[in-house]
Design a protein around this ligand. Structure first.
Ligand code: RI2
Length: 329
């Protein structure tokens, strides 16, 4: 179905969508807050007829959801805002969109702060924490532990192909935390020195699976083998109501150029490059999810989803995602 109002989406909103797609804006929490901000901007800049607003803002929501498929915080942010204007029209809907967008950003930042506070208490003197990729939630948690005066150090993976681990290393070093930067493939060999693994999350499913940066599941298995507890630090907005309703998590495949030099690839046309951005860790390897609601065991994920989003939200989200799929054909 052609999208009739696409042309009127403000430039600034389309830029945010593009920045999410190209990962200039990245990290599941930041992506969600940026999507909420984009909805606020779209509502503030709307100049069309009042009766066209609801359709317009849904189109903006769908445009944002289409940018990256894996982190559920993105559709959760869009759904949070859109569900609050359900049944409203015109100016009332426009004002409520702005209010809901601001409220979402506020809640998300408060959750981040709270989970960092809760998680920081898990870090003890003498700990050697391993982390993967760059997660704002993990960095905040470690910074809080440091502020509390806990004496610990961190091993962090470089995280190929996009090297988000370098951001983690810089931020931890700036906070006075001792960091050892390792290649992704060194994880198992350093595991005997590690006392805790703490990674972020892009999506947590209702049955307690963790979807996170590719390589996470290998780390979880290596930690399990060595008897090292494995945690994921995640705001509850990364729990997936759609998975509760039977929806699958789509693992994003990114371009070959992120993995190999295009010139190298040009001369080797028969080489197939695969670049999945995320993988899935089974609940049995996960000690707990550090959330703003406390430390949650994987088997309790469905309770969190029910509590935070309600029973019907999964079906409603799936409907929105299905509409999105129709539009993209
Ligand atoms: P915060 C990142 O994905 C990583 O997988 C990280 O663990 C996750 O987002 C959560 O990040 P990407 O956007 O919300 O780099 O904790 O592909 O920042």
């Amino acid at each position: 179905m052609p999208n009739p109002v696409n042309a009127s989406i403000p430039e600034e909103v389309l830029r945010i969508a593009d920045d999410i797609k190209t990962m200039r804006i990245r990290g599941a929490g930041k992506i969600a807050r940026s999507a909420a901000q984009a909805l606020i901007i779209a509502a503030e800049k709307y100049r069309g007829p009042p009766e066209g607003f609801t359709e317009y803002i849904r189109t903006v929501g769908v445009t944002l959801i289409r940018t990256r498929p894996t982190a559920v915080s993105l559709p959760n942010a869009v759904f949070y805002v859109l569900s609050r204007i359900d049944g409203l029209e015109g100016e009332e809907a426009r004002i409520k969109t702005i209010e809901a967008g601001k409220k979402f950003i506020d809640l998300s930042l408060t959750a981040l702060d709270r989970l960092a506070e809760i998680g920081s208490k898990l870090v003890e003197d003498g700990d050697v924490v391993l982390t993967h990729c760059h997660s704002t939630a993990v960095v905040r948690l470690l910074q809080k532990a440091r502020q509390r005066g806990t004496d610990f150090q961190v091993y962090n993976t470089e995280t190929r192909p996009r090297f988000q681990g370098r951001i983690t290393a810089s931020q931890l070093l700036d906070s006075g935390i001792k960091v050892t930067h390792i290649t992704d493939s060194a994880v198992r060999s350093v595991m005997p020195r590690i006392t805790k693994v703490i990674v972020g999350a892009d999506t947590v499913t209702s049955d307690g699976h963790l979807v996170n940066k590719v390589g996470t599941s290998q780390i979880a298995i290596a930690a399990y083998e060595a008897g090292v507890p494995f945690y994921s630090a995640t705001e509850s907005i990364k729990f997936s109501p759609a998975s509760f309703a039977g929806g699958d998590v789509v693992i994003e495949e990114r371009s070959a150029e992120e993995v190999v030099d295009p010139i190298w690839l040009k001369g080797r046309r028969n080489v197939k490059v695969l670049n999945p951005a995320f993988d899935i860790t089974d609940p049995e390897y996960i000690h707990g999810f550090i959330t703003e609601l406390g430390l949650i065991p994987p088997r309790a994920a469905s309770l969190i989803i029910r509590e935070m989003f309600g029973l019907r939200s999964g079906h409603l989200q799936l409907k929105l995602i299905e509409e999105e799929a129709e539009w993209s054909h």
